[in-house]
Design a protein around this ligand. Structure first.
Ligand code: AMP
Ligand code: GLY
Length: 417
């Protein structure tokens, strides 16, 4: 089989790595890929949001499967266009990917179908949003409606901060058109948990749970990032908690999307908060989480290709998905300065000799050397019978990898955020 994976991060590296383990995958390409992916797949110089170029490349190259990993091409309708051309692809159509590309859409869906989430109001008028804030208790959460690279969410502690956030988004257009509409919602309290779930439009099968660490510094301090590390399991998954998440959140979401004529085929990311009233949805994404999936896929015993086929063909209820009974941890090594400005082009050493699985993100090959080429550079994986073993193992690997100004958190898996 000839397979094309779309994307360039650690998530795409682990997807390529896992797909490649299936002997049916004889030719593997990645667009655009990165320095690490280049060692297991042929990288193609087409960006993930160059939809027409990707479609032509897949069509001309007679690909058997296109795996779309990031949200942008999904929101731009890559799955729809590939289907029009008769090319099999993994990932939802734009009308289902909207669960991530519009927070206003997903909040309205949850309200209509009674799916637990924070109370909220939606505004497209700045004055009305500012007036509403005057009536609300603090802290409060202000979110851009559209895609903003995980940065369009402000947790305001005071009314002044909240007003500033609304003015930045709606008045000053700090996040471009993504902030023309904002969601203002109640601030929930509790540990966070990620549940990724395969969905074939009818059936949803959750993967093992995970927990992401979004703040850039130890003790959950500093700016929000795409994620600085992750562990599995993400919480003590008691049978009761599992059942509530399935019955109150996962199944109703898949059914709601189907009822709305937007069947979801791919991976739904449920960002949850375990509040005193029970699990509630913080956000939906339309894809694997990064770095959560780097902690999850190495524990998957079933071939990813079998699951991909079952999702595309609507047969998820016919397969059994098996997992290793282990805990796992990934620690992200980032460029100093990330998520703000940082330098690129520093040589990276120690990956081949660190003795751990390493999934690369912001890396490139330059004159035969591996160099930094992004904010999140790579992540180091390990697993163990206990979470402590997995965490210690991942950090052993981190200590053996070097590049100038490398930054990583020291408390992945040891805190709740
Ligand atoms: P989102 O992009 O919607 O996932 O938000 C980013 C992060 O902001 C989440 O992972 C939470 O830590 C936090 N957050 C978002 N919404 C809320 C909320 N309603 N209450 C408390 N924290 C929130
Ligand atoms: N790690 C968070 C995300 O992938 O959105």
């Amino acid at each position: 089989m000839k397979v094309l994976v779309v994307g360039s991060g650690g998530r795409e590296h682990v997807v390529c790595w896992k797909l490649k383990q299936d002997p049916r995958v004889t030719e593997l390409f990645c667009a655009p890929g990165n320095g690490g992916i280049a060692s297991i797949a042929e990288c193609v110089d087409i960006k993930a949001n160059e939809i027409d170029k990707l479609v032509s490349f897949a069509k001309d190259g007679k690909f058997d499967l296109v795996f779309i990993a990031p949200e942008d091409p999904l929101a731009l309708g890559l799955a729809d266009k590939l289907e029009e051309e008769g090319i099999r692809c993994f990932g939802p159509k734009a009308n289902a990917a909207i669960i991530e590309s519009s927070k206003a859409f997903s909040k309205s869906l949850m309200r209509k179908y009674g799916i637990p989430t924070a109370k909220y109001e939606i505004f497209d008028d700045e004055t009305k949003a500012l007036e509403y804030l005057e009536t609300q208790p603090m802290p409060i959460v202000i979110k851009c409606d559209g895609l903003a690279l995980g940065k369009g969410v402000i947790i305001a502690q005071t009314l002044d901060e909240a007003k500033q956030a609304v003015s930045d988004m709606m008045g000053d257009k700090k996040f471009g058109s993504a902030g023309s509409t904002v969601v203002i919602e109640e601030c929930m309290v509790g540990p966070e948990l990620t549940i990724l779930s395969f969905s074939d439009g009818n059936t949803a099968v959750p993967m093992i749970s995970s927990r992401d660490h979004k703040r850039v510094n130890d003790h959950d301090e500093g700016l929000n990032t795409g994620g600085m590390g992750a562990v599995t399991p993400g919480a003590d998954m008691t049978p009761d908690l599992k059942k509530r998440i399935q019955d109150e959140i996962i199944t109703p979401t898949v059914e709601a999307l189907k009822a709305e004529g937007r069947p979801f085929k791919g991976v739904i990311y449920f960002g949850l908060m375990l509040t005193s009233e029970g699990p509630k949805v913080v956000e939906y994404n339309c894809r694997f989480g990064d770095p959560e999936v780097q902690a999850i896929l190495p524990l998957l015993e079933t071939s990813l290709l079998d699951i991909v086929d079952a999702v595309i063909d609507g047969k998820l209820n016919e397969i059994e998905i098996k997992w290793k009974n282990k805990c796992s941890c990934v620690v992200v090594m980032a460029s100093g300065g990330y998520p703000e400005s940082y330098q690129k082009g520093y040589e990276i050493t120690g990956i081949d000799t660190c003795g751990k699985l390493v999934f690369q993100a912001g890396t490139a090959l330059k004159d035969g050397k591996l160099v930094t080429n992004g904010g999140r550079v790579l992540c180091v994986y390990d697993e163990g019978d206990t979470l402590d073993e997995a965490i210690d193992g991942a950090y052993e690997g981190v200590k053996k990898i070097n590049f100038k100004d490398a930054h990583y958190r020291h408390d992945i898996g040891r805190t709740l955020g």
